[in-house]
Design a protein around this ligand. Structure first.
Ligand code: UDP
Ligand code: MG
Length: 340
């Protein structure tokens, strides 16, 4: 098999305004890729309807009836962008060599998909689409995104700056991703954890094609909190450090209170009260921090994240990873002939 079977996964939530145009443009992309022999003719467009309340699903079924390359997946209710996307990736994984995910509003440059595929042919398993310029986003969105990436980096979560969920993943990368059994999915954080060879393609982000952003301030905040809480125990550590700092301060405050007592400048009962308030406060915070540390450990354990992903397996040569590496070699050779 030379040309990779590609599936473009598009999560949609109340996107009836953009869907026909999105479908038309993405079909064009698929058609060109197949024409250029960069993707297999059976490549597909998979629209995931995330419990939309408008005519999104009927549009998807209509497109499916008219165009064999268009398929759909309807979720029983709205589960949010990340889970909808994961549903699409899981479904696509079985029937594709590589999967591209893109938002329905086409803010991301569809011309980059061709670059993604070229990178895939070069042998990369993950290709991140990175926004070179965010001028089309509102000031608020740009600033909050910047603050978010800054915070995530500071608490040790590895993210690709200015990369949203526009990316290509090989079959084996998606398969590894699906092994992450967590309920709070934050794909941007998990994909770099999966590993495999990755690269970036830069593009300019555009305005929404039509319709309004489906990420209100509430959804955005809960998304950001999910990102932090499902990847880091830093907030718990913060409580522990606060407890320790307060313990140190309670010693200073206790010393001061005792000194005042000896100097005879206190009312009866003040010293014991103030020493207890500081000391008990510090102990409580430290106690919560320590319990939190254990909870943090449980939190990491219950995720049951895979401990590793094998990239090349020479031990069992019939394995898929070995096959993929062989195939990449032949594809790269083949492609260098194609682009000559
Ligand atoms: N989306 C979804 N479920 C939701 C919210 C959004 O599937 O609950 C989809 C939406 O249809 C779009 C993508 O996620 O394809 C990104 O949403 P949007 O463009 O509104 O976000 P923004 O670009 O404003 O961050
Ligand atoms: Mg958008």
């Amino acid at each position: 098999m030379n040309r990779p079977l590609l599936t473009i996964v598009v999560p949609c939530y109340n996107e009836e305004e953009v869907l026909p145009e999105t479908c038309r443009q993405l079909r064009g992309v698929l058609h060109d890729l197949v024409g250029e022999q960069l993707a297999a003719p059976a490549s597909k467009l998979l629209f995931v309807d995330d419990g939309s309340k408008d005519g999104t699903w009927s549009m998807i079924t209509a497109e499916h009836a008219n165009h064999p390359e268009v398929t759909g997946l309807k979720l029983a209710r709205n589960v949010g962008h990340q889970k909808a996307l994961l549903a699409g990736l899981e479904a696509a994984c079985a029937h594709s060599d590589c999967v591209v995910s893109i938002d329905a509003d086409l803010q991301d440059d569809i011309r980059s998909i061709r670059d993604f595929i070229l990178k895939f042919h070069e042998g990369f398993d993950v290709v991140y689409g990175v926004r070179a310029c965010r001028q089309s986003d509102t000031w608020f969105k740009r600033t909050s995104a910047l603050a978010f990436y800054g915070l995530m980096t500071r608490i040790g979560i590895q993210l690709i700056p200015n990369h949203a969920d526009f990316r290509l993943m090989s079959k084996r990368a998606v398969r590894e991703l699906c092994r992450y059994g967590e309920t709070n999915v934050f794909l941007r954080g998990i994909v770099p954890l999966v590993g495999f060879s990755a690269t970036q393609v830069f593009y300019d982000r555009k305005e929404r094609l039509a319709g309004r952003s489906k990420y209100g301030i509430r959804k955005m905040l809960s998304f950001a909190f999910d990102g932090i809480a499902s990847f880091s125990v830093a907030p718990i550590r913060f409580v522990t450090s606060l407890g320790l700092a307060l313990l140190a301060m309670s010693i200073v405050a206790g010393g001061y209170a005792l000194f005042q007592k000896w100097a005879g400048e206190t009312n009866a009962g003040w010293t014991s009260l103030i020493v207890s308030v500081w000391f008990l406060g510090a102990l409580q915070l430290l106690g919560i921090g320590i319990i939190g540390e254990y909870m943090g450990k449980i939190f990491v354990e219950v995720k049951r994240r895979p401990k590793y992903a094998v990239e090349i397996d020479l031990y069992s040569p019939a394995s898929e990873s070995a096959a993929r590496n062989r195939r990449h070699y032949s594809l790269t050779k083949r492609h260098s002939v194609l682009i000559k």
